[in-house]
Design a protein around this ligand. Structure first.
Ligand code: SAM
Ligand code: SF4
Length: 331
């Protein structure tokens, strides 16, 4: 390792989120408009070779220990299994995971496990087919249910489920979703909705807060703080009914964990983002295509991290939502 991805606030990024595409086969209302978005042109999207080269630089020179593939929907990227295999070949110990909506996971879960993937995180906001259809604008709940089961059967566990609660849609379903996950052995975590939707429809008033989620879950389950320290993991973990099962709550907005952030992001078009909410990016794609060496790319990446802000600033009066929506950043 020649460098680390340190910023000016004492944090070191070791967790890399790699977006493999900005496209998606769902249209979750808090993420994308019904008609979708103007997708990145193909020539701007990194090739499989380019993605693997940048992961190699991150893992072998910059101290990255965890790589999570995301999007858009990473399972729509044709080269996903091959990219995972090549990432695993770079380093036997680096933690490799995929964040996915699980559509199509029944087909590739086994191949992903064989390629060396450790885990999947599946995004699912409800255990009801009709609510799923309304939120995602697609009638695909059964496919997600099957995808989750396939991931578990393939050994891609512990399977984590990430859920966002939306006022008036599924905000009364927290306990029901928790029971559904407990019955199947999935680890559920709720995430506060963030101002990252393409439509700019987020409002603090409409957001379901971590405290509300906790209060709701506490009506049906005894929740006690799990002993393990939170560290850089953003989820506050609670034992459910004495454990061992847990539920997590990620209060990104009301209790930000920016001070412990260890993340850095690479977009599908090869831009380094030091924060979900960053307003500037560092263009590794152009540098790479102009012939930059691995050393030069690593140097550029290290420099990019020096601009990382201390916090996301959602509460600042001057806060501006980033130009890229979540689906184009890589959540
Ligand atoms: N398509 C994949 C999926 O849904 O898991 C990966 C990309 S998606 C952008 C990653 C995560 O971001 C999902 O768990 C999704 O629920 C979450 N997400 C999207 N928009 C969000 C928002 N405005 N606030 C909080 N989480 C959001
Ligand atoms: Fe697609 Fe994930 Fe966004 Fe839903 S949250 S529209 S599955 S990218």
């Amino acid at each position: 390792m020649t460098h680390s991805l340190a910023d000016r606030h004492g944090r070191i990024a070791t967790d890399l989120r790699v977006s493999l595409t900005d496209r998606c086969n769902l249209r979750c209302s808090y993420c994308m408009p019904a008609e979708g978005l103007d997708w990145l042109p193909d020539d701007k999207v990194l090739s499989d070779d380019e993605v693997v080269r940048l992961i190699a630089i991150a893992v072998q020179r910059l101290g990255v220990r965890e790589v999570r593939f995301t999007g858009g929907e990473p399972l729509v990227r044709r080269g996903l299994v091959d990219i995972v295999r090549r990432a695993r070949a770079l380093d036997a110990d680096v933690d490799l995971s995929v964040t996915t909506n699980a559509l199509g996971l029944t087909r590739v879960a086994g191949a992903l496990a064989d390629a060396g993937l450790d885990r999947v995180n599946v995004s699912l906001d409800t255990a009801r087919a009709d609510t799923f259809h309304r939120i995602t604008r697609r009638d695909r709940f059964a496919d997600v249910e099957a995808g989750l089961a396939a991931a578990q059967a393939a050994g891609l566990g512990p399977v984590k489920v990430n859920a966002v609660l939306l006022r008036g849609e599924n905000d009364d379903q927290a306990g029901e979703l928790l029971d559904w996950c407990l019955e199947r052995g999935y680890d559920l975590r709720f995430i506060e909705q963030m101002p990252l939707d393409a439509q700019h429809g987020w409002s603090r008033e409409a957001m379901v807060t971590a405290d509300e989620i906790l209060a709701q879950l506490s009506t049906t389950h005894a929740l006690t703080p799990a002993a393990e320290p939170r560290g850089s993991a953003p989820a506050e973990l609670f034992l459910v009914d004495g454990g061992p099962a847990t539920v997590g709550i990620i209060a990104s907005v009301t209790r930000p964990f920016c001070g412990d952030c260890d993340r850095v992001r690479l977009t599908a078009d090869g831009q380094v983002r030091d924060c979900l909410f960053a307003r500037s990016e560092s263009d590794l794609r152009s540098a790479m295509r102009a012939g930059a060496s691995d050393d030069e790319l690593a140097e550029r990446w290290v420099t990019a991290m020096l601009g990382k802000a201390a916090g996301h600033g959602i509460d600042d009066p001057t806060f501006l939502q980033p130009d890229r929506p979540m689906s184009a950043i890589g959540g």
